[in-house]
Design a protein. Structure first.
Lengths: 196, 156
């Protein structure tokens, strides 16, 4: 399967001991940072009973499913322990599906398949992530509405066929985060009111 | 002396219980599913007024966010309210204000908490509200935190 790299969070969304919830092209994702700083992009589904991992807990080196307490290791997604079978060593096949995860320009990028193009290279400017805006409209309806502005980069995350997230990066200190946020919020409202 | 009774499924009773447990206020639990709040002989018919009257000074919010909590409780499926809350908390995270009214929780946070954490019951996923989900973690890690059915604890 071919795909593209998409931003799915900003690095600062992945705070310690938290599990971030998002989706890409209809695939739900659980993102989390371990205590050593490594970010993970995982399928949001426990391989045991299919429960959402975002309902569980980030224990620092492992994610624990809320349902039966199965634990999965940072990096590999490998099942590390099963409370109901304390002496049992989980087999190698017992793991959460993981996706590639790259942190660049303050954003967390992933790809659901073999990416055809690289993550955009934005040079060495100090890009500051804006608040991501969740829009109730398909990506095709959002893309033509994005403004062109120096010092502002906007990327789209296709959440599902009807939902899109706008991720923004600013390198222009003349605009505050609040000003960018107001502009993007107005853009979102305009797109949503035009959507069928 | 404070006493409280109420259904385990009542959000009104849960808010009061959460305040008492988080703020470390001693109270007597009475066995009844009817919501009854009594403090020093005074009986409260309005759970929001009880929350406001019984909260210690450092749990008092600013008026705007307490009023917001009451709006949210009466319109728990209103996405505009969830968006407003998420935006406020995102900017708060950058300004050293992890809770609705600043650096410590107040009854405005308690007021919003059940509706946010059980938003699925009103048909709303919390996926579009990442700052709200982080705030939910912070609330659940407060010392003294207690649950009601539908809300899970988090390990430290």
């Amino acid at each position: 399967m071919t795909s593209s790299w998409y931003p799915v969070a900003s690095g600062s969304d992945l705070v310690a001991r938290h599990i971030f919830h998002t989706a890409l092209e209809g695939q739900e994702l659980a993102l989390w940072r371990d205590d050593a700083g490594l970010a993970n992009v995982w399928e949001n589904r426990c391989p045991h009973r299919g429960v959402r991992l975002t309902m569980g807990a980030n224990l620092g080196t492992e994610l624990r499913c809320q349902y039966h307490g199965w634990r999965f290791s940072s990096g590999s997604g490998q099942c590390a322990s099963i409370p109901a079978h304390p002496g049992f060593v989980p087999s190698q096949g017992l793991r959460v599906k993981t996706y590639p995860c790259v942190e660049r320009h303050g954003l967390v990028w992933t790809s659901l398949g073999e990416a055809e193009a690289d993550i955009p290279d934005l040079g060495t400017a100090a890009w500051q992530p804006l608040r991501a805006l969740f829009v109730e409209a398909p990506m095709a309806a959002v893309a033509p509405q994005l403004p062109e502005q120096d010092g502002l980069m906007l990327f789209l995350q296709p959440v599902s066929e009807t939902q899109t997230v706008i991720h923004g990066l600013s390198a222009d200190p003349a605009f505050s985060l609040r000003q960018h946020d107001d502009a993007l919020t107005r853009l979102r409202d305009r797109i949503e009111s035009a959507a069928p | 002396m404070i006493s409280l009774s109420g259904s385990p499924l009542s959000r009104e009773a849960y808010r009061i219980r959460l305040l008492f447990d988080l703020a470390g206020l001693a109270y007597e639990k009475l066995e009844s599913t009817d919501l009854r709040i009594k403090a020093d002989g005074e009986r409260f018919d309005d759970a929001w007024r009880a929350l406001s009257r019984l909260a210690p000074p450092d749990w008092q919010p600013d008026g705007r966010w307490f009023a917001f909590a009451r709006r949210l409780a009466s319109s728990p499926a209103d996405t505009a309210l969830f968006r407003e809350l998420d935006q406020h908390l995102w900017f708060g995270e950058r300004a050293g204000a992890p809770f609705l009214c600043g650096d410590h929780p107040t009854i405005a946070d308690i007021g919003c908490f059940p509706e946010v954490m059980m938003s699925e019951q009103a048909g709303l996923s919390r996926m579009p509200y990442p700052a709200l989900r982080r705030w939910g973690d912070r609330m659940r890690r407060l010392p003294g935190f207690t649950v009601m059915p539908g809300i899970f604890t988090l390990p430290a």
